[in-house]
Design a protein. Structure first.
Length: 369
């Protein structure tokens, strides 16, 4: 399964995740049992092998990354390996895409850790790592023809980072063409990115299945990200407000739906609340009143629960600076109305110090917990 690894002459210096500025390093040594591919010309040979007996082709899965691999990436690789089986092929791409970075963003700071990435990819079950340089992917400079993300790409992350999704889709399209996988695995933490990739594949008839993998979190709830390494201990404590806000919203929705379920089976709740109030049973009366007034319109309550956590973090030391909090339809990332039923994504982005963090959670409205 593993083609002979090409020797690397220079350290990886591609573009796309925040960290310290790339500095010259010793030539990376390929990890055991994994191929390192640095050029497009070597890629077809590296991806050519005989299928197992009884299989017409070798099932191939790709995991696209910008390097600085952590356990979230490793989870994607493991999912890909499980999907294609022992006879399949798993390719990890490591490329920091300059098209995804706007003015003032952290292209130069993004961590380049190819030696460690090779080891992580190999341990998770990858067969090959394709780690091209920027001029290999974009010979002659940035491409004149790019993929446009459309209206969905202009919302939330797209509004905060103009052109980001055009650059992302352009490189994803190129890497799909180069690696020709049957399936491609992406993390659900980047929910808008995942939705746009699925839309591109559907609209442009790419012959590939896109698989989303649930967000991997650290023990304290912080979503895994290559950018987490830039947080000081104090900044990390403030940054926990992102996941805290999402979990508060999830719990508020569960409570609201539990009240609604009780309301559907209760009778005379308003009268009971009034009677309890007269008896001085304040807590019981408040509960009965909540049941009496429970209704399906819970989006506002969910937003309020999340906002309360983020508002508190805005006064922490160091403070959290909110970029956006949005409860959106997964189909187009527009805000859902208060009476929304079905799935919605609660997404948040904020800065703590100089580090920008994003997170999201999927909620289902209208179903009992």
């Amino acid at each position: 399964m593993n083609p002979t690894a090409q020797s690397a002459q220079t350290a990886q210096t591609d573009p796309t995740d925040p960290a310290t500025k790339a500095t010259p390093a010793a030539a990376p040594t390929p990890a055991p049992d994994i191929a390192l591919i640095r050029t497009k010309a070597d890629l077809p040979r590296a991806l050519t092998s005989a299928p197992a007996p009884g299989l017409p082709t070798v099932p191939t899965a790709v995991v696209m990354t910008m390097g600085a691999l952590h356990d979230g990436h490793a989870t994607l690789v493991r999912a890909a390996r499980t999907h294609v089986g022992p006879a399949g092929r798993v390719v990890v791409t490591v490329f920091v895409n300059p098209l995804q970075f706007g003015a003032g963003e952290d292209l130069d700071r993004y961590p380049r850790t190819l030696d460690a990435d090779l080891a992580t990819a190999a341990a998770a079950g990858a067969d090959a790592v394709f780690a091209p340089a920027a001029d290999e992917v974009y010979p002659g400079g940035q491409p004149q023809v790019r993929i446009a993300a459309g209206p969905m790409g202009e919302r939330l992350e797209g509004a905060s980072r103009p052109g980001h999704f055009d650059g992302m889709l352009t490189v994803v399209a190129k890497l799909l063409q180069l690696t020709r996988p049957d399936t491609a695995f992406f993390g659900e933490k980047d929910a808008q990115q995942l939705a746009l990739i699925r839309r591109m594949v559907r609209d442009l008839d790419f012959p590939v299945e896109i698989v989303g993998v649930p967000t991997v979190r650290e023990d304290d709830g912080l979503a895994l990200s290559s950018r987490n390494r830039y947080l000081s201990p104090a900044e990390r404590r403030t940054g926990l407000a992102l996941s805290g806000a999402l979990f508060a919203a999830r719990d508020r929705l569960a409570a609201q739906q539990a009240l609604l379920a009780r309301a559907e089976t209760s009778t005379n709740t308003a009268a009971r609340a009034e009677a309890l109030s007269k008896m001085g049973e304040a807590r019981a009366a408040a509960d009965a009143a909540a049941v009496a007034h429970a209704g399906p319109g819970t989006a506002a309550a969910v937003r309020a629960a999340a906002s309360a956590v983020l508002d508190e973090a805005a006064h922490a030391t160091p403070p959290l600076t909110l970029d956006y909090l949005a409860l959106v339809d997964p189909a187009d990332f527009t805000e859902v109305p208060d009476e929304h039923q079905g799935e919605a994504i609660l997404a948040v982005a904020a800065r703590v110090g100089t580090t920008r963090l994003i997170d999201n959670i999927t909620l289902r409205f209208g179903a009992a917990p």
